[in-house]
Design a protein around this ligand. Structure first.
Ligand SMILES: Cc1cc2nc3c(=O)[nH]c(=O)nc-3n(C[C@H](O)[C@H](O)[C@H](O)COP(=O)(O)OP(=O)(O)OC[C@H]3O[C@@H](n4cnc5c(N)ncnc54)[C@H](O)[C@@H]3O)c2cc1C
Length: 425
């Protein structure tokens, strides 16, 4: 079958890889000049299966209220005259009950666990170098109440088969000596030895290179303007896509099946077809520093709960990422938010990095209210979704790619996840 994948982030590229492996003739279309140039470019780099709690959780509404209007708040909702933002916000609040949070965690952990296994075997088979570190993730807390609350979530996540172990501050510093300066401020931590980290952009670029060698076509600088449809009811299908190609001409591309993996831009493209996706951009920031003193910089990937930052060592670079701002599709940098990241990183590891020359970046997480992505079929029998992976697109990416390839090929993936268009198990 000829398949067009829309979007060449981690999700589109992984989809293309597995579709090609399933025997399909695959073309990937993206408006950028290469793969992983948007949200999959400079994220936090964690494969965090065991830290999969969505932002919509019982503690979120109060925190959001407390942080309203604070420029450096970890999670900031800026009210806009935008129907999607308000509707999305209402659904986000609905997902904050304990029961819904638990159900969402089950979904996210199942897909993430499946994805990590696939990433590991892909890494072993392909030899792609992406500054991968398999030293676990250490999540540390500086607030007693937050640590106590997190233990309920940790218990649920353990019951799903993850090895998330609560440890003392002394043990945390034993695992990551670069945290020794924080010894008196840390009240406790969770360690998951099986979690990983690695550069998503390097991985996606390496995977795309291998896919190209194998025969996948990438059409870059190509903007998708609309989907072309025919038929009604059960016989409705997509006949092609309209694009503006690299030379500026409008053209039509045709295929037997289409996979939408456009991250935060998926909802707008599908709305004219009557497909209403609750995906809203959650802008996040990262700072990348050159490591100046290798022993003073962390080797284990970290989550700083108090500041909602994740920290990953990528060879001689340190990537620090986090915070979220619901404020439309703008990717402009807010100085206060950038400086808050550098201030905190310097406080944690004063001598580790060159803090005078940080490289800042902002990207748009494709957020669903529950943080559970849309993966599966639509009412158009040859149109498929792989989008809305929110805070965990790198963690879920390979699994989501493998799953959509199975679905397009007519099967059901062997993972306990609510795929769209399939009866619940
Ligand atoms: C600060 C930050 C930290 C993060 N940290 C982590 C982490 O530690 N671990 C983790 O698992 N996840 C993390 N994430 C989330 C993760 O980065 C995303 O979930 C993931 O990158 C989404 O991938 P995607 O392929 O869906 O989207 P994208 O990477 O954005 O890809 C979508 C592609 O579609 C293309 N496109 C869009 N519209 C069109 C159009 N009309 N025509 C043609 N092409 C189009 C874009 O150019 C883009 O290449 C983080 C995100 C941020 C912002």
């Amino acid at each position: 079958m000829k398949v067009i994948v829309l979007g060449a982030g981690i999700i589109g590229t992984a989809s293309a890889w597995f579709l090609h492996r399933a025997g399909h003739d695959v073309t990937v279309v993206d408006r950028q000049s290469g793969v992983a140039q948007e949200t999959s470019f400079a994220n936090g780099c964690q494969i965090s299966v065991s830290h999969a709690e969505p932002w919509s959780n019982p503690a979120a509404p109060l925190k959001l209220l407390k942080w309203l209007g604070r420029e450096d708040a970890p999670l900031l909702y800026r009210f806009r005259a935008e129907w999607l933002q308000w509707k999305w916000g209402m659904q986000f609040l609905r997902e904050c009950t304990a029961a819904r949070t638990a159900a969402n965690i089950r979904q996210i952990v199942a897909l993430s666990e499946y994805s990590r296994q696939i990433l590991q075997s892909l890494r072993a088979d392909s030899g792609i170098d992406y500054d991968c570190a398999t030293r676990g993730i250490l999540h540390f807390y500086t607030d007693e109440r937050e640590f106590a609350r997190a233990q309920q979530v940790a218990a649920l996540i353990r019951s799903l088969g993850c090895q998330r172990t609560p440890i003392s501050a002394a043990d945390a510093v034993g695992i990551e000596p670069a945290l020794s300066g924080m010894r008196d401020k840390i009240v406790g931590a969770d360690f998951t030895a099986t979690d990983e980290s690695g550069d998503v952009h390097k991985f996606t670029t390496g995977l795309a290179a291998k896919a190209t060698q194998g025969g996948v076509t990438f059409a870059f600088n190509t903007m998708v303007t609309r989907l072309l449809t025919e038929g009604t009811g059960a016989s409705s299908r997509i006949t092609g896509i309209e694009v503006i190609d690299a030379n500026g001409w409008h053209r039509q591309l045709h295929a037997d099946a289409f996979v939408v993996a456009l991250g935060s831009f998926s909802a707008a493209l599908l709305r004219p077809l009557g497909i209403e996706l609750m995906i809203y951009p959650g802008k996040g920031y990262s700072a990348t520093y050159t490591v100046a003193a290798p022993q003073a910089a962390p080797h284990v990937s970290l989550t700083d709960d108090g500041c909602k930052l994740v920290i990953s060592r990528l060879g001689n670079r340190l990537r620090v990422a986090g915070t979220c701002e619901f404020n439309g599709y703008t990717r402009e940098l807010n100085r206060a938010r950038c400086e808050a990241i550098t201030r905190r990183t310097r406080e944690l590891f004063p001598h580790a990095c060159d803090y005078e020359n940080p490289v800042y970046w902002a990207g748009l997480r494709p957020m669903t209210p529950s943080n559970v992505p849309y993966i599966g079929k639509t009412r158009f029998h040859n149109l498929y979704l792989n989008t809305g992976h929110g805070t965990l697109g790198w963690t879920m990416g390979c699994g989501a790619g493998s799953a959509i390839a199975t679905i397009v090929s007519g099967g059901r993936p062997d993972v306990d996840f609510r795929f769209i268009g399939f009866p619940h198990r």
